[in-house]
Design a protein around this ligand. Structure first.
Ligand code: CFN
Ligand code: HCA
Length: 523
């Protein structure tokens, strides 16, 4: 797959290619700069901050400070759905920008930004405004933070900025970190009103793509577990300001929100652990873990009842699909957590993931906690400020005492079981970081997987090569795929995709005559 590269490139890419060993995961060069000239699937820091982590907050008014393109291309391209209750505000359909032009690039854009904030306030009267800097803003040195601070004093609402210029890191990942820091600093902890519920949690790292958060929320509700805030899927500003009042944080996508989980633990003493609601077996496991944490017989019994009910419906669907999909193969190349999480759904169906990789995850996401004891900011993203977090005396519910924790852990419970992707993949499967278009073509030629899960940029290359592609970012137009109901949707769709004959019936035109005739001009 690396044959065509020059020696230097080959050497560097080889560190991002390996054969898996689950017992002893080999070291992978992740979160490093993409070699110029290689067609990567990665996005930028602005995408990770504005697009991924904060964008889904539906009543925060988001203003992109920069030329028009960044705002245009982040306008509803990610399927983070929101369904505010009647009367609630929803700005998600808008894309607001200062639309910087030559004048501002040369003479500075601060005045235009201040005017945009005032205008947005006059029209919409939002509770909060978030400002996002794009590449040229950092290059010309506009001080968005001072503009935001002055606007906050003038208008009396919460206004804050993010220095998330696209070039700040090597991918979206730096943007996650910047977003986590800003949300924690400017929103979390502003309102001390807890929800009136017995088992209160936040769902972190769940963005409600295709309605996943709604499935998870309704499953948890059936069990008697109350979600105060889902960061950040179908969430309001007010929910973020109160999310420090819960008993527990559960983390779905660790890559994008681990900073928030750590900071909330340090400041408010809220413990956290990872879950996975993608796949039926792992959903059941996650529910059991939450029940175990709360150590309540009532909750444990209810969770078992719900799992039994849901599995009774799902099992026949899964078995039917498995009879046609058993033994088929998948390859998954997605962001920073799904290439791992979706392997569980394919496993439910009897399918094997023969190759997988992230676009921008870090070594711990691949190799697991055991290999990397602490999460550090990598050299390439070094200019992201770590914010210092002090313990806050506010505690809303007595958390576990050290004795209770010791008893929990003696019973086999672990908070921080950082199983990375490689520990759960079979021996000798391929692990490839930041895969390129050329490498995907070669992968198909050599391994011919029955389906590939990836994104929009790869989809049509893959399909032109005769392999069905399921977009695991936006789900194409499908989903939800989370929890038990979502799993049934996924099984059925993948069954149709891998068992249709259409891919074998089509011959690509270039396989016959490689020259494509020009279209006749319409008269
Ligand atoms: S919804 Fe998440 S699950 S947040 Fe992250 S790492 Fe992206 S936008 Mo695309 S689908 Fe993807 Fe993950 Fe976490 Fe989504 S795998 S690339 S930045 N991602
Ligand atoms: C992003 C968003 C993205 C892009 C998806 C894709 C998403 O990274 O900026 O490349 O198909 O999920 O919408 O990851």
């Amino acid at each position: 797959m690396l044959k065509i590269y020059p020696d230097k490139t080959k050497k560097k890419r080889a560190k991002q290619f390996l054969l898996n060993d689950p017992e002893n995961p080999p070291q992978i060069a992740a979160n490093t700069r993409t070699i110029p000239g290689i067609i990567t699937q990665r996005g930028c820091t602005y995408a990770g901050c504005r697009g991924v982590v904060i964008g889904p907050m539906h009543d925060v008014l988001h203003i992109t400070h920069g030329p028009i393109g960044c705002s245009f291309y982040s306008w509803q391209t990610r399927r983070n759905l929101a369904r505010p209750t009647p009367g609630q505000i929803n700005y998600l359909q808008y894309s607001m920008t200062t639309d910087m032009m030559e004048d501002e690039i040369i003479f500075g854009g601060e005045k235009k930004l201040a005017a945009a904030i005032r205008e947005a306030y006059r029209i919409f009267k939002p509770k909060a405004i978030a400002v996002y800097a794009t590449c040229p803003v950092g290059l010309i040195g506009d001080d968005i933070h001072t503009v935001c601070r002055l606007a906050k004093e003038e208008l009396g609402i919460n206004i804050f900025g993010f220095s998330c210029e696209g070039y700040k890191g090597v991918s979206q990942s730096a943007g996650h970190h910047i977003a986590n820091n800003g949300v924690f600093k400017h929103m979390v902890g502003l309102d001390d009103t807890p929800d009136d519920a017995e088992f209160r949690i936040n769902m972190l790292g769940e963005y409600n793509i295709g309605g996943d958060a709604w499935e998870i929320d309704s499953l948890l509700r059936k069990c008697g577990i109350h979600v105060t805030a889902t960061l950040s899927g179908d969430i309001s500003y007010e929910q973020v300001t109160r999310c420090h009042t819960v008993d527990l944080n559960i983390v779905q996508c660790h890559r994008s929100i681990n900073y928030m989980a750590d900071m909330m633990e340090k400041k408010f003493g809220i413990p956290w652990f990872k879950v996975n609601f993608i796949g039926a077996e792992t959903t059941a496991k996650s529910l059991r873990k939450i029940a175990k944490y709360f150590d309540s017989k009532k909750l444990t019994d209810r969770v078992e009842e719900v799992i039994a009910q849901e599995m009774a419906v799902l099992r026949p669907i899964r078995d039917d699909v498995r009879s046609r999909c058993q033994g088929k193969t998948a390859a998954l190349f997605v962001g920073g957590s799904r290439a791992h999480h979706y392997q569980d759904l394919f496993r439910d169906m009897g399918m094997k993931t023969i190759a997988a990789g992230y676009e921008f995850a870090h070594r711990d996401d691949y190799e697991g906690r055991a290999v990397l004891p602490t999460i550090k900011i990598d050299a390439d993203s070094r200019n992201i400020e770590e914010i210092s977090v002090e313990a806050d005396p506010r505690r809303f519910r007595a958390r576990k005492t050290p004795e209770q924790n010791a008893a929990l852990e003696a019973g086999g419970f672990t908070y921080k079981d950082y199983e990375g992707m490689m520990k759960e993949m079979s021996k000798n499967t391929l692990v490839i970081d930041d895969i390129s278009h050329h490498e995907i073509e070669k992968l198909i030629e050599i391994y011919k997987p029955d389906v590939i899960g990836s994104g929009i940029k790869e989809k049509f290359i893959i399909e032109k090569l005769g392999v069905p592609c399921k977009q695991l970012h936006s789900y194409d137009y499908g989903g939800p795929y989370a929890a038990f109901t979502g799993a049934a949707n996924f099984y059925k769709e993948i069954d149709r995709m891998v068992n249709t004959k259409v891919w074998k019936l089509v011959t690509a035109p270039w396989k016959g005559d490689p020259t494509v005739p020009a279209r006749p001009v319409l008269k």
